[in-house]
Write a protein that binds this ligand. Structure first.
Ligand SMILES: Nc1ncnc2c1ncn2[C@@H]1O[C@H](COP(=O)(O)OP(=O)(O)OP(=O)(O)O)[C@@H](O)[C@H]1O
Ligand SMILES: [Mg+2]
Length: 105
């Protein structure tokens, strides 16, 4: 088994395009490929026309079995674990002595 990582600190330099195209090309040539997306933008799923959820958070943090998060694709031999979308954290509204700590509470 080979692991290939596509990573770069800079945005918009074709990381997603490279990862999806490479995975697709290897599957097209008969390899069994598992594309694992850990970028919360989750664009590997949209590039392959798939839903993002349930994503990798469910595997790494919630402990769901891998079969629940691995998706088949329209390309034979290509599988995807999508990234979990980055939702803004819920605003915590803590109260202290009956007064809201945050003006938005
Ligand atoms: N070889 C290429 N020629 C021209 N445009 C390209 C090429 N590869 C990718 N692009 C375009 O460049 C843009 C950025 O590509 P991509 O989304 O893959 O980058 P990224 O590094 O994953 O970005 P992000 O940091 O936002 O995740 C997209 O609009 C994509 O269509
Ligand atoms: Mg990207």
């Amino acid at each position: 088994m080979k692991t290939i990582t596509v990573a770069n600190q800079k945005g918009g330099v074709a990381k997603t395009t490279t990862a999806v195209s490479l995975a697709h090309g290897l599957a097209y040539r008969g390899k069994e490929v598992l594309l694992v997306d850990v970028d919360p933008q989750g664009q590997c799923a949209s590039a392959l026309g798939l839903e993002q959820e349930p994503g990798i958070f469910n595997l790494l943090v919630s402990g769901k079995p891998v079969r629940d998060v691995v998706r088949t694709t329209r390309r034979q031999g290509l599988y995807l674990i999508p990234a979990t979308s980055a939702r803004p954290p819920r605003r915590r509204c803590s109260r202290w002595n009956g007064r809201a700590k945050s003006a938005s509470c």
